[in-house]
Ligand binder design. Structure first.
Ligand SMILES: Nc1nc2c(ncn2[C@@H]2O[C@H](COP(=O)(O)OP(=O)(O)OP(=O)(O)O)[C@@H](O)[C@H]2O)c(=O)[nH]1
Ligand SMILES: [Mg+2]
Length: 295
């Protein structure tokens, strides 16, 4: 069997998380049109057919120039996915020439010995694929280049082949029934945060953190989940709750559907909203929200 770790790397919003879900063929991590959606290093395990291979993908936060401690922590979490890996997939957005953050992401790979595959994503929407490919190849000598669309499932078999070709023979890292390295609570928090990101505008998505307070089966066959959405200001809390509670109700409805699909169980979801002043610059809260992790 071929087995190994493969890190998905790049600036925010290039489609790393969308790619992970497409490669796994299931929704494992949250995605959104907003940059800096992913906050953690999250493993997702692809068990190949007939025990041919096992790829442990590591999704990472997008590399960027941090504006506060939250941003610093995201970059730190991403960098924690560069040790003891067999391969890196540098996910670039084929619809745009390289940004400063792309250069920063390439810089971040300097000390990495593992082979780096350039995945040019979003080819379904690219207008000058040749030009973008050329611009990226000038920035680094990539091991190979694969053109893909995570959204339309294009080029993914070739990408998997290229990854596995770089793996050594080895034992699987995860048993067949395990799809990742995170708790159910973590995924539930993420699914609630995803709805908050999708349904809120301006700066609010970045100021949102979610904490599950309670999660337990109830006698009536429903899973009871109690969660808190944290924001930084009273004005943001008002917006999250919405006129007569309309916004928080809508977030809860969609999040409940997503959580039910994840858990495969009926769920009773209760969400409250609280204010934690400047939590994004507070080490204690970053740690309490589980955003700052061990390296
Ligand atoms: N057109 C097109 N859009 C895509 C494709 N892949 C991802 N996207 C979109 O790009 C946006 C960002 O996707 P994410 O997967 O959240 O990006 P990310 O790289 O994980 O972003 P961060 O977690 O913030 O670093 C979303 O709106 C996706 O729908 C693709 O192949 N084609
Ligand atoms: Mg992501």
């Amino acid at each position: 069997m071929k087995s190994g770790f493969c890190t998905l790397w790049g600036r925010p919003n290039t489609g790393k998380s969308t790619l992970l879900n497409a490669l796994l063929g299931r929704k494992h991590v949250i995605t959104s049109p907003r940059p800096q959606t992913t906050r953690h290093r999250i493993a997702g395990v692809l068990h190949g057919p007939d025990e041919e291979f096992q790829i442990v993908f590591l999704d990472t936060p997008g590399i960027h120039e941090p504006q506060h401690k939250l941003g610093e922590t995201l970059v730190k979490n991403a960098k924690s996915a560069l040790d003891d890996i067999e391969c890196v997939v540098f996910v670039a957005d084929a619809t745009e020439v390289p940004h400063d953050d792309d250069r920063l992401a390439i810089e971040g790979l300097k000390r990495v010995k593992a082979p780096v595959i350039l995945a040019l994503n979003k080819i379904d929407a690219a207008r000058d694929l040749e030009g973008v490919r050329g611009a990226f190849k000038k920035l680094r000598a990539f091991d190979t280049v694969v053109e893909i669309s995570a959204l339309e499932n294009r080029g993914l078999d070739e990408l998997k082949r290229q990854i596995v070709a770089r793996f050594p023979d080895g034992e699987p890292y995860f048993p067949p029934e395990m799809g990742g390295d995170r708790s159910s609570e973590f995924h539930v928090e993420e699914l609630i945060r995803e709805q908050a990101i999708l349904q809120l505008r301006a700066e609010i998505p970045h100021a949102v953190a979610v904490a599950v307070e309670q999660m337990a089966p109830r006698p009536n066959d429903r899973f009871y989940v109690e969660a808190i959405i944290y924001v930084e200001r009273e004005s943001q809390k008002k917006i999250v709750i919405g006129e007569g509670g309309a916004r928080i109700k809508e977030i809860g409805l969609k999040a409940r559907e997503e959580i039910e699909a994840w858990l495969g169980k009926k769920v009773f979801l209760e969400i409250r909203v609280k204010v934690r002043d400047k939590w994004r610059d507070d080490d204690l809260w970053l740690s309490r929200f589980g955003i700052s992790e061990r390296g």
